[in-house]
Write a protein that binds this ligand. Structure first.
Ligand SMILES: [Zn+2]
Length: 448
């Protein structure tokens, strides 16, 4: 079956295209781009709209598995934003064995295409090293390496680390795990060990492993690691590494507050000094104080009784986040994580927000923003058929209205879908039209 998308402004940064073009799809592939109007079985009128490769979220956290099925919650939220491929397993965590997860997507489909990192902490726990503050034994390290390598062989796109969340994983353990990518050359992604003024040494640690094993390296959600006054220096640190030949990049979400669980080491003693703040910067997303700012008393009570509670922490500086997005090697990643729609609005608003809040504010151009959502993440992960609209590319396509696109999710109502997304196609199928999801089973497992 052939589908013609006509009349739109096509922005395809990977192929240097930005102009009025028509696109012809055949089944699940793009087969032609030009200015003629070839015959087709179906047409989509994109007049007045922007046509781009489907967005790729290089940094998010996949939906859980229950009774052998994926509980789709964040994947549809991604689809509403124009995301067609979501990369889970970040920050060292998988919610379920990633190899089995991809097999479930093969069987059932998903709302978006799903790629996964092999998460170091997931495989650490699976190897029996369950204490995040404790070390691992030689036998456990061997088991970790064996299972991570198997996951990479089965198609995981790289290894993710959440060194912040596993203080007991020393440099030797980290290097041993990172070395699993040596053979394939797949990237390592890291939520580094420490933030704020300690971020520089933490980045050096990860880059040293990447250099040692000649790997691409992705520093995760830089806004929440260095958005407190360190951004300019951290971007210069990346430039220096890149100048020395390291294939280094970063991702960032377009908000000025971060979100994590209350029980994580992020809130271990010392956090108030690190961010130069008091307890009121923290808001509970769940539980009896949901929607309220913390006090010393409620913080202690909730950390003891409800460590899984998601929290929002208002400590990042707006100018630092804008500075990050102006850098050509900082791409967009939502870091979306949700408990049944609770959490941070980045789950529902990240992609439209980069356009409505940053492009329209003059921080970067629309083609630059589209590159951060398409060609840059595709190249980073080696997804040769995605992130562009050249002949033979997967027909994952997002069509939106530049004038009306905007995020509506807020910290009070974090699951509200955005506006302005006209169509989303996955594998040539229309899965969203005028903001309404039509199908949630067209997403496929993506393996590299
Ligand atoms: Zn993280």
């Amino acid at each position: 079956m052939k589908t013609l998308i006509f009349g739109g402004r096509v922005i395809d940064p990977a192929n240097g295209l930005d102009g009025q073009y028509n696109l012809l799809l055949e089944d699940s592939k793009v087969i032609w781009t030009g200015t003629d109007t070839p015959a087709a079985d179906e047409t989509i009128d994109a007049t007045g709209k922007i046509v781009t490769p489907g967005f790729i979220d290089i940094h998010m956290h996949e939906d859980p598995v229950k009774d052998g099925r994926i509980q789709q919650c964040i994947f549809p939220m991604m689809l509403h934003q124009g995301v067609t491929t979501a990369v889970g397993g970040n920050c060292g965590g998988n919610v379920h064995d990633p190899v089995d997860y991809l097999n479930i997507v093969d069987r059932d489909g998903a709302a978006v295409n799903v790629a996964l990192y092999a998460g170091h902490e997931y495989f650490r726990i699976a190897a029996g090293a369950e204490d995040i503050y404790g070390g691992s034994t030689e036998v456990q390290r061997q088991k970790m390496a064996k299972n991570i390598t198997a996951a990479l062989d089965a198609g995981c796109v790289g290894i993710s680390f959440g060194l912040r969340y596993v203080p007991g994983a020393d440099k030797a353990e980290f290097f041993r795990a990172a070395a699993c990518c040596k053979e394939s050359g797949k990237p390592i992604a890291a939520h580094v060990r420490d933030d704020a003024d300690a971020v520089f040494a933490s980045i050096d640690e990860v880059c040293e492993a990447a250099k040692t094993y000649n790997l691409p390296v992705q520093i995760s959600h830089i806004g929440s690691m260095a958005g407190f006054g360190q951004m300019e220096a951290v971007l210069a640190q990346m430039d220096a590494y890149r100048a020395r030949g390291l294939d280094m990049a970063m991702d960032c979400y377009p908000y000025f507050a971060f979100c994590t669980r209350l029980g994580t080491p992020t809130y271990d003693p010392g956090w108030l000094d690190r961010y130069h703040c008091d307890y009121s910067v923290l808001e509970f997303c769940d539980g009896k104080y949901r929607g309220q700012r913390a006090t010393r008393e409620t913080f202690d009570e909730m950390r003891r009784d409800f460590p899984q509670c998601l929290t929002v922490c208002y400590v990042m500086k707006e100018e630092e986040i804008r500075l990050a997005f102006r850098h050509p090697h900082v791409m967009l990643g939502s870091d979306g994580i949700t408990d049944l729609g609770r959490g941070h609005p980045r789950c529902a608003g990240t992609f439209p927000r980069l356009i409505s809040e940053f492009v329209k504010h003059g921080d970067l151009s629309l083609p630059e923003a589209i590159a951060k959502m398409t060609s840059l993440p595709a190249r980073r992960l080696g997804l040769t058929n995605k992130g562009h609209l050249g002949d033979g590319a997967d027909a994952d396509i997002t069509i939106f209205d530049f004038n009306t696109i905007r995020d509506t999710a807020t910290f009070e109502e974090p699951a509200l879908p955005p506006e302005g997304i006209a169509y989303v196609l996955i594998g040539g199928e229309v899965v969203l039209k005028n903001g309404e999801i039509l199908r949630t089973d067209c997403g496929k497992a993506v393996r590299t």
